[in-house]
Design a protein around this ligand. Structure first.
Ligand code: 5HU
Ligand code: ZN
Length: 161
């Protein structure tokens, strides 16, 4: 008879939890996105969140959503998924799974496909009606990258840090 704990978190809760924790590092005042890439044997390979590239100061580059292209964030932010892919220095991401708190855009979809990620588990899909996300799904479908929505369990996790 085993004395194993029964209320441990599931793989999905674990990896989406890590993705969400990573997103908490984002300085974006409007949307914080986190990503976690996992190997087929459940090992975390990489993590990322949305932010400016190294050397581009969060205090000097703009976080605005509006204004001239050079004066808002969109030219400058690296998306969480791309950061997670680029943060991986170990070799191949072939066959891996991406947990991400927001459905990947078309630019990230290209990087996901080309890096060999085969599965996506996403939480929010708040830009689903935008051309970027429609194009993303079109490419992911064509390339055979599977995606599914994360199912919330409503488990509350409290950490005192
Ligand atoms: O897939 C994504 N991954 C990702 O990290 N982002 C980032 C870029 C921006 O910093 C922010 C989106 O900003 P906003 O929601 O204010 O337009 O989220 C945005 C997307 C778009 O789907
Ligand atoms: Zn993106």
């Amino acid at each position: 008879m085993s004395d194993k704990r029964e209320d441990y978190i599931s793989w999905d809760e674990y990896f989406m939890g890590v993705a969400m924790l990573s997103g908490m590092r984002s300085k974006d005042p409007n949307t914080q996105v986190g990503a976690c890439i996992v190997s087929p044997d459940h090992k975390i390979l990489s993590m990322g969140y949305n932010g400016f590239p190294s050397g581009c100061s969060d205090d000097e580059f703009p976080w605005a959503r509006e204004g001239e292209p050079l004066d808002n964030k969109y030219f400058y932010t690296t998306h969480s998924e791309l950061n997670a892919i680029l943060n991986y220095r170990g070799g191949s991401l072939e066959g891996s799974t991406l947990y991400v708190s927001l459905f990947p855009c078309n630019e990230c979809a290209k990087a996901i496909i080309q890096s060999g990620i085969r599965y996506i588990i996403y939480d929010e899909d708040k830009y689903k009606n935008t051309p970027g996300v429609i194009a993303s799904k079109r490419m992911l479908d064509a390339a055979g990258v599977k995606y599914r929505k994360y199912e919330h369990t409503n488990r509350e996790i409290k950490m005192i840090l």
